[in-house]
Each structure stands twice: as C-alpha cells, then as structure tokens.
Write a new protein. Sequence first.
Length: 319
Amino acid sequence: MKKLFVATLIIIMLLGFYLYSQNKATKSTASSSMWLVDWQPEAGLQDAQKLGDALGSVSLFGIYYNKEHTSFLPASSKKLIMDSKHLHAKRYLTVVNDQIQGKKELKSIAVINSMLDNPKKHQQQLIHLTKQAQVDGLELDYENIPADKEAQYLQFIKDLQQQLDDEEIALRVVIEPTFKAPLPANTQFIIMAYNLHGPHNDAGPKANFEFLDTLAKRFPNDAKNITIAFSLGGFRFTQDGVKSLTDKEIAALDTSKAKRDSASAAMSFTNEDGSEVWYSDTETLKQWRDYMQKKNYTYFAYWRAGGIAEKTLTMLKDD
C-alpha cells in the first residue's frame, strides 16, 4: 500500500512538472506587443484574447506614484494583473511617472527628479512591486525626461537592469521620439513612433514617413534591441480642442469622404462643422510597418488594446 502511495505521488509530481513546462512553452514568441490599461481592462483583455499567439508580449498599466513620489499598485492595476494571467504573451508591468494621489500630475517632472535624486530607493520599490505582481518583466515608461538629465536616466536604467538580471526579471524601456542621448545596445527599448500631431499642436497624422525617417536615424537598430510602437485610432481636431478616437469609434463614423495622405498613409476627412479627423486604418499600419521593416526593425508594439475594430484585429492576427 505504501509503495502504491509513493508511486502515485511520483506520478502526480511528474504530471505537475509536465504541465508547468508545457505552460512555460506556450509563451508566444511573436514579434508584436500591445499595451493594456487599467481604466479599460475588460475591453483590453478581450482584444488581447482575440489576438492570442499573435502577441509576443503585453504591457500592463501599471505602477503609479503618490504625492510622496512613492510608487504603488492601485487596486485597478492589481486586478488587471490577476485577470491577465491566462494570456500566453509575456507580461510586463509598466511604470509611468503619473502622480495620481494628492495633486494629480501626468508625466510628472517632479517624480523624475525624485527618482534621479534617490535612484536606489526607487529601484528597490520597482523591483519589489514587480516581484509582487509575479510578471515576466518591468517596463519603464517615464516621459518628459529633461534633456540635461538623459544621461542620468540612462545610468538609472543600467543600474536597475543589473539588479533585475539578478532576479531573472526582464527589462524594457519606452522612449519618447525627442530623446537625444545614444541608447545602449544591451537594453531593450520601445520607441514611440507617434504623437507627431495631437492635443499639443495642429491637425495631422500621428506619424508620417519623414518622422519615421528621423526616428530611424536617431535610434538605429544595429543591435536588434529596438521595438517601434505605433498608435491605433486617431484624433478629431476641433476649435475647442482635440478628442482621441479609438479604432472602433472611427469605424462607426461615416468615412466615405476620407482620403489617404501620401506623406503619411494616414486617412483624414473634414466634417461639416469644420472639425478634422485624422486616423490610421489597416493600410496605414501596414505601410508604416513595412517602411520600418526595410530600415532594419522587426518588432512592433501598438498603443493600445481596448476598442480595436475587428478588421484591425484580423490584420494584426494574420500578420
């Protein structure tokens, strides 16, 4: 009876190890990535599920900051982390320099200054939160880095990566297109190939080919460590401001008069009230991606899951 019990126990252990190894093996190796946000979790997860193995990784929002500039995971982020466990894609936990407690401030320079003034403290906080989340990696998405602090920020990244390597946690870093300092070859970076036009300026596409040329020259991919990020959807530009439109919201509009801009491959049309709508459709995304593939880029990320039209999901999945 004892031998039977021991044999049964061994079989259970071997089966458990097999299932664990199979689960590890099912992680997708696809070249596409996508962001999922905690303020639209259900729609984002639905899009990610539909894309399935077409996604090699996902970035989960996220880690934020309080009024003391201490990083933390709000309940909405914790829920997204839990609910995304079933995805085959590698999961990165994204930290942004958004202060959401006390005085709210997005892309806070005060958070950046605090981080660079006391790097070890912030690094330890980020490592602790990432380990707590039980994800595959950490993604830094700090924006508004002052030009005179870019070198200091790269040193922060280098020191953090050494510590994460010891913990067997992956690291990648989102970089704004205006970043000037040369990027190291031993770190994974995502370059934001969007926001050429938006709430900060006049009507136009999120990217055009001249803009993509500039990025290719500024961030050469000789070390194969750079992912190019495109933005889905578009903007409606009015006299009263700029409204962001999801892919689905654009699909619901009357786009019969839309024309393709040759300088960007983006679509646009003007409404009777004088407002302009600029957006990327599947053909735009294909042209942008093909253009950058010819410039030595093979990995692409998309902002963001949640509100993606079926036609776009099909294109991303098939490619």
